[in-house]
Design a protein around this ligand. Structure first.
Ligand code: PRE
Length: 368
């Protein structure tokens, strides 16, 4: 070994830098708390997505690639979320138990300093937010392969809440069990959606093994931890949480499997400059009613990102439509379009305007 190694000296410099970063972080959180107090005096919302976007954009521009952009973004994501939470503590509810994809999505979105509350159903997540027992909920709304998550859409029709954000999570399914041996598996448990997303794989590799739909992937993982003959399809987070072994990784039938989650709360954030607006509408009972709605959007130059219909419970053959448009309710174009839609619709509800997710690739569980 070389005696005159320079490593200790360089490490000393790294220690000095780390100490300076820590001092600056302490100063930063102090300033964020001060802004929090000023915002409380003015009764202003603590969350300012436009300001947050400006910070990321400024830092990425001045970085010039010296530090990997993606890492820089996630470090500052954690810093800003922690500073924001120092202004107002938040509890986030999700479909539990621990280690579901919703839990994983929550941690990616809100960072590690937030308190998380697992609940048994998506409906309960909405109920807790509506009652104000938690500040936010995170719920899956659609999957790139299986389409809409109906229980989430139906809960929007039942509860008065607002959408505050969205995020996309790349989903990779693992077949797991206690021993890690496929021969031990007599039943495969999971949530309906992952079972459907791995249908072909299961048919091919475990043709005689029955599947068992349960409330969540986290519950399936918990069942596999308690019973050596149960296999579960679950997230990477579930493996460490429940001390399970991987039988086969990535058993989803299609690549690019991504789930879009919505963050729900009591109020939507202000404009960020790149936003989405969601509406729930009912059509008049007359010919061409849907066409009239689409014409309004087209005439106002509004980009419709998504339309989905759901039957109204208890009213046979009656439907409500979920619409996602690009833009914020404070944008003139969206404001004008919504005013016109209100006139044309039998039911109109603004579900919220919120910053669009632009970092879907950053949220890959393969790169946690
Ligand atoms: O600048 C603000 O308004 C702050 O409250 C500070 C801060 C931050 O930590 O940078 C925190 C929360 C807001 O969403 C935006 C930025």
């Amino acid at each position: 070994m070389k005696q005159d190694s320079n490593i200790p000296k360089v490490r000393e410099s790294i220690d000095t830098i780390d100490n300076s970063i820590l001092e600056l972080l302490k100063k930063r959180i102090g300033l964020a708390k001060e802004i929090g107090r000023l915002k409380s005096e003015d009764n202003r919302s603590k969350w300012d997505p436009l300001r947050e976007r400006e910070i990321y954009e400024r830092l990425i521009t001045s970085n010039e690639g010296d530090f990997p952009d993606e890492s820089l973004r996630s470090i500052f994501h954690e810093i800003i979320t922690t500073c924001r939470l120092s202004q107002k503590k938040a509890v986030v509810a999700y479909l539990g138990p621990e280690a579901t994809f919703s839990h994983l999505a929550g941690v990616k979105y809100f960072g590690h300093s937030t308190d998380y509350k697992p609940l048994e159903t998506i409906d309960e997540v909405f109920a807790e937010v509506e009652k104000g027992r938690v500040q936010y909920g995170i719920v899956p709304v659609e999957n790139s392969i299986e389409g809409a998550v109906f229980s989430t859409l139906d809960s929007f029709m039942k509860y008065k809440i607002k959408i505050c954000g969205e995020m996309q999570l790349a989903i990779s399914h693992n077949l797991v069990c206690k021993s890690g041996n496929i021969e031990d598996i007599q039943t495969v448990a999971s949530h309906n959606q992952p079972l459907a997303q791995c249908r072909d794989w299961l048919r091919k590799h475990l043709p005689n093994t029955p599947t068992l739909p349960v409330f969540s992937t986290g519950l399936a993982a918990k069942m596999a931890a308690d019973n050596p003959n149960i296999g579960a399809i679950a997230s990477s987070l579930a493996i460490s949480t429940y001390d399970l072994q991987v039988v086969v990784k990535g058993i989803e039938d299609y690549e690019g499997n991504t789930t879009r989650f919505l963050i729900i709360g009591k109020e939507s954030p202000g404009i960020s400059g790149r936003d989405r607006t969601s509406l729930l509408i009912g059509l008049m009972d007359r010919p061409g009613a849907l066409n009239e709605i689409l014409s309004v959007l087209s005439e106002e130059g509004i980009n419709l990102a998504k339309i989905e219909s759901r039957p109204i419970k208890g009213k046979q053959w009656k439907y409500l439509f979920f619409l996602d448009m690009i833009g914020h309710i404070e944008d003139e174009q969206i404001k004008r379009g919504c005013a016109r839609l209100k006139q044309e619709c039998s039911y109109f509800e603004w579900l919220g305007s919120y910053p669009q997710d632009e970092n879907s690739l950053e949220y890959s569980p393969a790169n946690p």
